[in-house]
Design a protein around this ligand. Structure first.
Ligand code: FES
Ligand SMILES: [Fe+2]
Length: 394
């Protein structure tokens, strides 16, 4: 985030702090029907529309810097592989062989020189071209050009990688991210180092999980013994760009900001900044580490949650530094997210099958949940459903 934008945001938080109010997020109470969390038809529409038409955040680029290094999808319903070629370019492909559809890369390979299918041994170069067909007399007149891997657009910005789930689509991250992209550029994310990544199945709808991040109303209650200490007198401001939402939550030390000269004020010293990057990412900026949370629906009541923590190496040294990181990771991942937020979301999900609430009622401080939901509805209306790539030879 540019420094002038940080100062502006801090001024907003200061003004809110003086009045003891959070920034208004909604001017009326809203009700959301609970079937959006249980109805398989709704999930089918979301996956064939919302999850087809936007670039999706994949993770930090540091894991694929070397030629032949690669990243695999964490989502079985959308199997892709992103590879760094010998020339240093990023290429994205469906991780599916063009012969009879076997998964090409299992993830056990330390690095790739080519894609070699484990089923019948067809091989492709890292640019996706079919190079070798075993026992080629079985395929007289095969036009190899028509059997290249199915390419998916990929892009890199601010040390982060995006993939587009639709072949031939264009990724324009400036347009897609707006000020969120500028913020990420200025946070120096490229210099971060990956610490750990977890992957956990949660028995809750993907939207229920993301929505736990979108309001501070629950913090003094659900996080009474944990986060509420850091945000005791916190106030929250939010801004939107398209379907993305930025939240800034002032921390308990916020009053001390008046003692700091404007040119020395840094947003992360006094507030945590969060981004809901549409559709499936929740990005958390702390002063010394970053959490990237991604959510992939498997069923209405089942979601793959990945959490990657990155850190600033200059702030964690030696064994003590690694111990401190371990503590942060287990606190954030196990205690707060999994043990509090998502445990509640799973309880809510279980309760949905027993009736009781036909609607969920959102108060004024919970308005971002309604905005997030509205962004999904807008995306469903704007983009017709399209099945995952069903493509014959070119
Ligand atoms: S499925 Fe890949 S070579 Fe047959
Ligand atoms: Fe929470």
């Amino acid at each position: 985030m540019r420094h002038d934008a940080q100062l502006q945001l801090l001024d907003t938080l200061l003004a809110l702090h003086r009045t003891g109010r959070d920034q208004p997020m909604l001017d009326r109470v809203v009700q959301l029907p609970v079937n959006i969390y249980t109805d398989p038809d709704i999930l089918e529409k979301e996956t064939s529309s919302v999850f087809r038409h936007y670039p999706m955040l994949v993770g930090h680029a540091s894991r694929i810097q070397e030629p032949g290094s690669y990243l695999l999808s964490d989502w079985d319903s959308f199997p892709y592989v992103i590879v760094r070629t010998q020339e240093g370019h990023l290429r994205g492909f469906l991780n599916i062989c063009r012969h009879r559809g076997a998964r090409l890369v299992a993830g056990t390979e330390p690095c790739l020189k080519a894609f070699v299918c484990p089923f019948h041994g067809w091989s492709y170069d890292l640019d996706g071209k079919l190079k070798g067909v075993t026992k080629p007399y079985n395929f007289p007149d095969l036009d190899k050009h028509a059997f290249s891997l199915i390419e998916l657009p990929v892009a890199e910005r601010a040390g982060l990688i995006w993939i587009h789930p639709t072949p031939g689509a264009t990724i324009n991250l400036d347009h897609f991210l707006g000020f969120v992209g500028e913020d990420l550029d200025h946070f120096g994310l490229k210099e971060l180092v990956p610490y750990r990544k977890s992957q956990i199945i949660k028995e809750a709808n993907w939207k229920l999980l993301i929505k736990t991040y979108l309001e501070g109303y629950h913090v003094p209650y659900l996080h009474r013994d944990t986060l509420s200490h850091a945000f005791r007198k916190g106030v929250i401001a939010h801004h939107e760009y398209g379907p993305h939402i930025r939240l800034a939550a002032a921390r308990t030390n916020f009053q001390e900001i008046v003692n700091v000269q404007a040119d020395q004020r840094r947003i992360l010293d006094f507030a945590s900044v969060y981004y809901s990057i549409f559709p499936h990412a929740f990005f958390i900026m702390h002063p010394d580490y970053v959490s990237i949370n991604l959510f992939y629906p498997e069923a209405p009541n089942r979601t793959i949650w990945t959490h990657e923590m990155l850190y600033r190496p200059e702030q964690f040294h030696g064994e003590a530094g690694m111990k401190a990181l371990e503590k942060r990771f287990s606190y954030t991942n196990d205690v707060v997210f999994d043990g509090e937020d998502f445990a509640i979301a799973e309880g809510v999900q279980r309760g949905l099958v027993h009736g009781g609430n036909v609607m969920h009622t959102l108060g004024l401080e919970e308005g971002l949940l309604a905005i997030f939901q509205q962004n999904i509805e807008n995306a469903l209306m704007a983009h017709p459903s399209s099945p995952f790539i069903a493509k014959g030879p070119d």
